[in-house]
Design a protein around this ligand. Structure first.
Ligand SMILES: [Zn+2]
Ligand SMILES: [Zn+2]
Length: 396
């Protein structure tokens, strides 16, 4: 488990990047060994997508001088436009995470401050680490009716000057870090002339509304989790189960003793294809008195890419005509109904009957889209594993 963003613990850089990515929905598996550089690259992609960079700039460098000014009083206010979230999405109490903290700050502090005509320097303070970001708003431009671009200059430092004021309401070190990264990333995109910055000591950059990542973006960012042994980028997977990423044969070989059990479990047994339903879920949950509190809105397994993951199947003890299906991190919850596909329901029911109390079982599954899962009939055929000491499967 990662420490929460509001926790006073000072995280190391790698943990902090993982926490920020996770707060954006990019929940890399705990086993990932991706290096700081690769995580940094993940974050750059994630922030670009969150800002809808490709759509707004068609892969060109944004040239701040060429944009139309954002006219006050026509349509949305900057605060409204920057608030690209609805409160329900973030409400619910508890830790909102670094990313949502930054999104709220951009709207509440910067969007509003500009409208009030406060052009002074604002400071985001990470008091635990004596780090400051000094920020000055230099202009407000219109990308489209819903999208303002706030041109800024920023400087990193560790002490406030007398004329600097304002607190940008970022409470957590993670929130402060993702803000700094956002400014740095946008500064490298910007085509603004840097010669000016050498005089003022401030670097030109910009801010755009941050949107939550959609499932396609999350899926593609979760795809490369790096070689499970050394963390190098890995384009290859174990060819037998297609589930474990490796950089090459050496790492695969060194992992075989550990991996072979789950690999062979995945390689044997038949895939059972089932479509789950997401309607009337609450009724089902009440009947089985399940503690699944928040039914996710999108209701698709998130963050696995093409990889297999474990789902839990639980037969309804009431009538035996439906079963609940969800993954460990509850990125989706569905129910499989006998009436939808009698034959596959029976096959799954036979598998579930071998599990805990004859009612529950964990199975390796893959998501193939359209609320459809394929699940492996067998989980752990222990009998196969001992005579194989080397993988006979190439990586692919
Ligand atoms: Zn490796
Ligand atoms: Zn394998």
């Amino acid at each position: 488990m990662l420490p929460s963003a509001t926790n006073a613990t000072i995280l190391n850089e790698r943990d902090e990047l993982l926490e920020i990515l996770s707060s954006m929905g990019v929940k890399l598996p705990a086993s990932t060994r991706l290096h700081v550089d690769a995580l940094q690259e993940h974050l750059t992609k994630a922030l670009d997508r969150s800002q809808r960079h490709a759509e707004l700039f068609q892969h060109r460098r944004p040239n701040v001088g060429s944009f139309e000014p954002w006219i006050m009083g026509s349509g949305k206010t900057v605060k409204e436009a920057m608030i690209s979230y609805n409160l329900q999405e973030i409400a619910g109490g508890g830790d909102i995470g670094s990313f949502n903290e930054l999104r709220i700050m951009l709207s509440e502090s910067i969007g509003m401050a500009y409208e009030l005509g406060m052009a002074s320097i604002f400071v985001s303070e990470d008091s635990e680490r004596d780090r400051l970001i000094k920020l000055k708003v230099t202009g407000l431009y219109k990308m489209d009716d819903d999208t303002p671009l706030i041109a800024v200059e920023y400087k990193l430092g560790n002490a406030k000057d007398d004329d600097e004021e304002g607190n940008l309401m970022l409470n957590s070190p993670g929130g402060h870090t993702v803000f700094r990264k956002l400014l740095e990333i946008n500064a490298t995109h910007s085509s603004e002339d840097r010669s000016r910055s050498s005089i003022t000591g401030m670097t030109p950059s910009y801010l755009l509304p941050l949107h939550p990542l959609n499932h396609r973006d999350i899926g593609s960012l979760c795809k490369d989790v790096g070689c499970i042994i050394c963390g190098s980028p890995s384009a290859a997977h174990c060819s037998r189960c297609r589930s474990i990423p490796y950089c090459g044969a050496a790492c695969q070989r060194s992992d075989w003793q550990r991996h072979k059990t789950s690999c062979l479990a995945l390689d044997t047994g038949i895939w059972i294809r089932t479509k789950y339903s997401t309607t009337n879920l609450q009724g089902m949950l009440n009947r089985t008195s399940q503690a699944v509190e928040n039914i996710p809105q999108e209701n698709e397994p998130a963050g696995y890419g093409d990889n297999s993951f474990i789902v839990k199947l639980q037969l309804s003890p009431v009538d035996g005509n439906s079963m609940l299906v969800y993954d460990r991190k509850r990125s989706f919850v569905g129910q499989i109904l006998r009436s939808n596909d009698h034959e596959n329901f029976e096959r799954l029911q036979r598998v579930v009957s071998t599990g805990h109390l004859g009612l529950k079982i964990y199975l390796w599954s893959k998501y193939v889209g359209d609320h459809t899962l394929v699940s492996k009939e067998k989980k752990k055929p222990n009998i196969y594993t001992d005579h194989l000491t080397q993988p006979d499967n190439e990586i692919a």
